[in-house]
Write a protein that binds this ligand. Sequence first.
Ligand code: UD1
Length: 418
Amino acid sequence: MDSLIIHGGQPLRGQVKISGAKNSALKLMCASLLTAEPLTLHNVPQLADITTMASLLKQHGMEISESGENSFKLRSNNITNFTAPYELVKQMRASIIVLGPLLARFGEAKISLPGGCAIGTRPVDLHLSSLKKMGAEIDIIDGYVVAKAQRLKGAEIYFEKVSVGATENTLMAATLAQGETVLHNAAQEPEISDLVECLIKMGAKIDGIGTNRLTIQGVEKLHGAEHEVVADRIETGSFIAAAAITGSEIELLGARAEHLGAVLHKFEEAGVHVEKTANGLRVKKPREIKAVDITTEPYPGFPTDMQAQFMALMTVASGASTFQETIFENRFMHVPELVRMGAKIKTSGNTAIVTGVPGLRGAEVMATDLRASFSLVIAALAAEGETRISRVYHIDRGYEKIARRLQGLGADITRIKE
Ligand code: UD1
């Protein structure tokens, strides 16, 4: 297992290219199951989760070939296996997104239940109830979701809760269903709009892109297409926090301000100014970091995936800030690690109160989940002395070549094998 060794206190400078969004690329790869023709994806990030998704799709029978460093050609003209096994699904919950496409095109799917994960129980009831509404027969047998359908039928679906994954699964299933499906209270994340854009290129008929009401007219068949994955808004926000905590000015190439509304607003309130440039965004060196309160919400609210990184920044702010985590019940695992570095944080249920301290100190800490891990990187970049972050594989799931890219920005960071 690798570790990262960071010596804090170095200001960052220069430019970094923002990768394609992991949470978009994973679903776009699943969209290839909907057609026998090739789907070519560009700007796919090189991440452990992408490799896991490729393994899952290949064992279904998908052909995947690289056509450049970040480009893949996917072809599903010989899908022979409709089972997503526990060994793969337990590694990555997003595996559940093969359910809708397999069921819609082939009429059957057997997907291992993902089970709990580090940040909460994360049920899939909304995925299953919406597919049932479209006529699927679904049973849970020996820990597997076993789904069958002749041809799915369009339906009016009201999601009780906003769910990114359930919206994506149902949306993809609806593209090949008979008749019209309307998704009410659909998630509106930019990654969903990216998926909608790609599905439209593949011949799907979808109205309401970017809103919480998507209307899909099912078609008989989808066809091949070529699509570029949208820039990762969470990676962008993570780099902004890293620049802010080190009092640095850096440029984020390819970053999209329009996907970061609530996040940029909170940075601005905290005294971190971000301006648009011809090629992306520039973070300006902040004069002072001010404490601000955060409540996580579905898009366009402040994303749960940015909570840990923003908290790292608030550990050195002037004043106290309150964090309310409303999406996942167990998403403060970075707190004890940040406390080891000298942060003052108290949690109670889904609330954390962070009282800013003048500085952090390097320590031995452990990465616990993807975004929590990056919050430790942010803290370490500002801390006095050496921080050793173990279990780096969590970071590898969602941040491409992170040590090398931070080195490129002037950080004193090395990756070591233990
Ligand atoms: C996706 C993202 C994840 C992000 C999350 C919320 C991917 C691969 N992952 O996860 O990074 O943190 O959105 O923005 O895109 N829920 C139910 N029943 C369901 C489904 C969800 O109760 O059937 C609940 C969840 O437990 C959670 C909330 O709904 O409390 C939101 O979850 P959801 O939006 O579905 O998250 P994911 O799609 O799993």
